[in-house]
Design a protein around this ligand. Structure first.
Ligand code: ADP
Length: 370
């Protein structure tokens, strides 16, 4: 099956299976024909692939095994193979025998699917881990109480308070998970409004002040540079939630009697809201990943009673902030130095001001049509 007719059949197959990697090999597992995707993956010209053994061309034992199974049995074979530079892509492989000998290998890239599956597995493992700790405490405390082994009223009340605290922690975790899944879901519709950044900051200061006072942390509101005027286009509830998460962290990771500062400034066609603290800071090595779901730097960095008081220690707070920013076509970031402090920010689109051109305004209106 090497004549012009089969060449045409091979071309037709290539056209039909667009994006898939198609190879024709002989019974000795040598390449007879190869599509452009195959040559790209092997990083060789198609002409130099011809006549090469499958294993020499792709260096994938798992691919070779599927082909060998089809060659030995004379029947179609199926499997999965890691391929590409450092085996970083995964393919579903079909080997279909041809009547005149040899067979066609069709490789469908399933890397994205496997990645999603991995993320989902990690997600479930992370949630289970976060739920297990408070659940174990609740069960132990309740068992001790119901066994009747505690008879003095003070200890009993103390146990009951601890159960209550753990239950609050669980409730907050569930709330955060629900928030995250709602913001992540494509259907999330933002109730966009034209907002005054001053008022956005003022509302956050109002909400964080009682929490900060309990830890003797001062809250300061910094005015933007003279003459700065801007309006933002954002969902007030969501933006408020993001800023409150940042402010909560700033308080939580501040030293007692520290200070947090909230401010805003214009950066290009966005407004940047910043929350700064002089707290423990984020080590360089963690800064890249800090906005990922469930990512925590180190639990021991915050005293347990503080964590209880301030809530949120599952590593979801910043992930929620990032998703809110992305839903607004905005951005998040941080500048931090360990032992010195951190500045976290969220940027959302702003309405074009008088200084902006009319066409800029048009583009923004299109940009926020979510
Ligand atoms: P958590 O719910 O654990 O606070 P976050 O997603 O809000 O989760 O934060 C992730 C990690 O980032 C935290 O575990 C903490 O170590 C670090 N972090 C967040 N904000 C600050 C800050 N202002 N200063 C120092 N570390 C911070």
């Amino acid at each position: 099956m090497t004549g012009p007719q089969s060449a045409a059949a091979f071309e037709a197959l290539l056209a039909r299976r667009g994006g898939d990697l198609i190879l024709q090999i002989d019974d000795g597992l040598r390449i007879v024909r190869a599509g452009p995707e195959a040559s790209a993956l092997a990083d060789r010209a198609t002409s130099s692939l011809l006549g090469m053994s499958l294993i020499a061309a792709f260096g994938s034992a798992s691919l070779d095994a599927v082909a060998r199974q089809a060659a030995t049995s004379g029947e179609a074979a199926r499997g999965e193979a890691d391929l590409g530079h450092l085996g970083d892509r995964q393919f579903a492989v079909d080997a279909v025998p041809l009547e005149d000998g040899g067979f066609v290998l069709s490789l469908h890239d399933i890397s994205a699917l496997r990645r999603i599956e991995r993320v989902r597995r990690d997600f479930v493992a992370n949630i289970s881990h976060e739920l297990r700790t408070p659940l174990t405490s609740i069960k132990l405390l309740a068992e001790t109480l119901s066994s009747g082994s505690v008879d003095d009223g003070t200890t009993m009340r103390d146990f009951a308070t601890q159960i209550e605290r753990e239950a609050d922690h669980l409730a907050q975790l569930v709330d955060e998970l629900l928030d995250l899944s709602m913001i992540e879901s494509v259907e999330t519709t933002l109730a966009l409004e034209d907002l005054d950044p001053e008022q956005v900051i003022a509302a956050t200061v109002e909400r964080i002040r009682p929490v900060a006072e309990r830890r003797e942390v001062r809250v300061k509101r910094l005015a933007p540079p003279e003459g700065t005027a801007a309006r933002v286009v954002a969902d007030p509830t969501r933006l408020g939630q993001a800023l409150l998460n940042l402010a909560h962290n700033a308080v939580k990771y501040s030293h007692p009697a520290g200070e947090i500062r909230l401010a805003w400034e214009v950066v290009g066609d966005r407004v940047r809201f910043t929350v700064a603290d002089d707290g423990i800071g984020v080590p360089d090595a963690h800064q890249q990943r800090i906005f990922e779901r469930f990512y925590k730097v180190d639990r021991s960095r915050v005293r347990d009673d503080d964590a209880q008081q301030l809530g949120g220690s599952a590593g979801l707070g910043l992930a929620i902030v990032r998703h809110i920013a992305e839903a607004h076509h905005g951005a998040v970031g941080l500048r931090s130095e360990e032992g010195v402090g951190s500045t976290f920010w969220i940027e959302v689109p702003r309405l074009p001001g008088p200084a902006d051109s009319a066409s800029g305004g048009q583009a923004l209106r299109l940009g926020i049509d979510l």
